[in-house]
Design a protein around this ligand. Structure first.
Ligand code: PEP
Ligand code: MG
Length: 575
């Protein structure tokens, strides 16, 4: 097995640090007959105490990193550890069956889990089952003397190594300690990669085998710009990575000089450079990187960071914070996009064969299950609209009927708020994301009814190429420069312009340095990307001539057969 890994470059930067495997340890054990029940009960008590202490610490860390509401999940876990009904039953089981504590713990917690899970339609009970499963694992780990990894407990410089990182794990990574992460699976547009860029943590995803190669105590050198890593590098290799890190830091310093500069090309054409955010906490990075707007606020993190549906007031406060924080600059807020790889523990969604093609985003919001939460979100947004320049967009729109249904609900809530005496801004624009090929093809029709488009290429490319964005086996089909994608993008931009509307892009393609010259030539109005990509994009645009880029785009659209040919053409024009 090689110690050199190649994966998908997911977030720029270089780091060398100790591996922190975020991998579940082996928790298997044997059932043993034990005569000395008292000793087993003491072992159990010790494990319960240690688990409680650990959970308190995790709760404290989560409250600091993610806020009180996220930390409340751990209150539920603490209640389970301290539940005498359960712990007494485990002790009785040890006594009556003369078994080891591990076996008694498993028998009792399994029966509790089964009982809660049998209460099918009750999501509260399902959550209790999940809590007991988590806590039982923690107690078992203590009985077996192994440590459960936990991202919030990291307190020294490390490279996190994982099979995959759920968005909730990624949100807990403290960039003061987590110097980089490397995963086995995932693609450039999987949410762990997107979050790494917004946290500015160097990252490689889809390395296929990092969890097999890198273990606790190993040193890992990571280059997130090239997507390469070495486990236990030689001194020379280590030096090579350190030098690459220095070079990147110098480059960043150069880009930083453009923080307050306008985004204009060499021949004076202007483009808007906006940032993608997931929470109001991302605002400092938006300003530090000189963004001219927020082009995508992914509101689902508000739902995911909470143990129950966020109230209208919770949401109003978050939206107000972002609008005020942007000081009159436009903020495009996307209504929640739950589904796909983003789950909500308190929303009972069905298991699906193809979640990315399933019940997701606006599809949930337009159904009976999600309409109430949609109305609450729209009310919170409209109430916040008086604090800045709000634009609202709906994700995953496939048909005009869906847009019309969503707009109808929007208009109803707007009217209700006005009737209730709330102030609502008159300049709120309502647009859609173009993520589904059907909408991209029919953009001329949509353009008559929407105020703007924002092209979500992460999904648009996966649907057009029929290649799961989470699956590294087919990541070669993530081809932003494929002429098929460029033609769809051009159709969307031209259709918007024909109706006097604007078109932006908030998928990762908008910050891709090979795609940017093409998109400039196609006439995209707004480029929204991870804040950390803004300054390098501004620097690139300054060097380019807009007329020349139009010629480049025309040639790419009319003369190229493949993505490789397009890349070669871009190099010819920008090289
Ligand atoms: C997209 O699909 O391009 C997009 C911006 O949305 P998300 O990545 O959140 O699915
Ligand atoms: Mg999307």
């Amino acid at each position: 097995m090689t110690n050199k890994l190649k994966g998908i470059a997911a977030s720029d930067g270089v780091a060398v640090a100790k591996a922190y495997p975020l991998v579940e340890p082996d928790l298997t054990f044997e059932k043993v007959n034990v005569e000395d029940s008292d000793n087993e009960k003491t072992r159990l008590d010790d494990a319960l105490k240690a688990s409680e202490k650990e959970l308190q610490k995790i709760r404290e860390n989560a409250a600091k990193a993610l806020g009180e509401s996220e930390a409340q999940v751990f209150d539920a876990h603490l209640m389970v550890v301290n539940d005498p009904e359960m712990t007494d039953q485990i002790k009785q089981n040890i006594e009556n069956n003369k078994v080891n504590a591990e076996q008694a713990l498993k028998s009792v917690t399994d029966s509790f889990i089964e009982m809660f899970e049998a209460m099918e339609d009750n999501s509260y009970m399902q959550e209790r089952a999940a809590d007991i499963r988590d806590v039982s694992k923690r107690i078992l780990a203590h009985l077996l003397g192994v440590t459960l990894p936990d991202p919030s407990m990291i307190n020294e410089e490390v490279v996190v190594v994982a099979h995959d990182l759920a968005p909730s794990d990624t949100a807990q990574l403290d960039r003061n300690f987590v110097k980089a992460f490397v995963t086995d699976i995932g693609g450039r547009t999987s949410h762990s990669a997107i979050m790494a860029r917004s946290l500015e943590i160097p990252a490689i995803v889809g390395s296929k085998e990092v969890t097999e190669v890198a273990h606790e105590g190993d040193i890992v050198a990571v280059n997130g710009i090239q997507g390469t890593a070495v486990v236990n590098p030689t001194d020379d290799e280590k030096q090579e990575y350190i030098e690459a890190g220095k070079k990147f830091a110098e480059q960043k310093k150069e880009w930083n000089k453009l923080k307050d500069a306008e985004t204009v090309t060499d021949d004076g054409a202007h483009f808007d450079l906006a940032a993608n955010i997931g929470t109001p906490k991302d605002l400092p990075s938006v300003h530090d990187n000189g963004a001219e707007a927020v082009g995508l606020y992914r509101t689902e993190f508000l739902y995911m960071d909470s143990s129950d549906f966020p109230t209208e007031e919770d949401q109003f406060n978050a939206y107000k914070k972002v609008l005020e924080g942007m000081d009159g600059k436009p903020v495009v807020v996307r209504t929640m996009d739950i589904g796909g790889d983003k789950e909500l523990p308190y929303l009972d969604l069905p298991n699906e064969m193809n979640p990315f093609l399933g019940y997701r985003a606006l599809r949930i919001n337009l159904s009976q299950l999600g309409e109430g939460m949609f109305r609450t979100q729209l009310r919170a947004l409209l109430r916040a609209s008086v604090y800045g320049e709000l634009r609202i967009m709906f994700p995953m729109v496939a048909t005009l009927q869906e847009f019309r249904a969503a707009k109808k609900i929007y208009n109803e809530e707007r009217q209700k708020l006005t009737d209730e005496g709330y102030g609502v801004s008159n300049s709120v624009e309502v647009g859609i994301m173009i993520e589904i090929p059907a909408a991209a093809v029919l953009a001329d029709r949509f353009a008559k009814e929407v105020d703007f488009f924002s092209i979500g290429t992460n999904d648009l490319i996966q649907y057009t190429m029929a290649a799961d964005r989470m699956n590294e086996q087919v990541s070669y089909l993530y081809q932003p420069y494929n002429p098929a994608i460029l033609r769809l993008v051009k159709n969307v931009v031209d259709s918007a312009h024909k109706e006097g509307k604007w078109a932006g892009m908030c998928g990762e393609m908008a910050g891709d340095q090979t795609a940017v010259p093409l998109l400039m030539g196609i006439g995209l109005d707004e480029f929204s990307m991870s804040a950390s990509s803004i300054l390098k994009t501004r620097s690139l645009m300054k060097k380019l001539d807009s007329q020349k880029m139009q010629e480049l785009a025309d040639r790419a659209l009319n003369e190229c057969d493949t993505a490789d040919e397009v890349i070669a053409l871009v190099e010819e024009y920008t090289g």
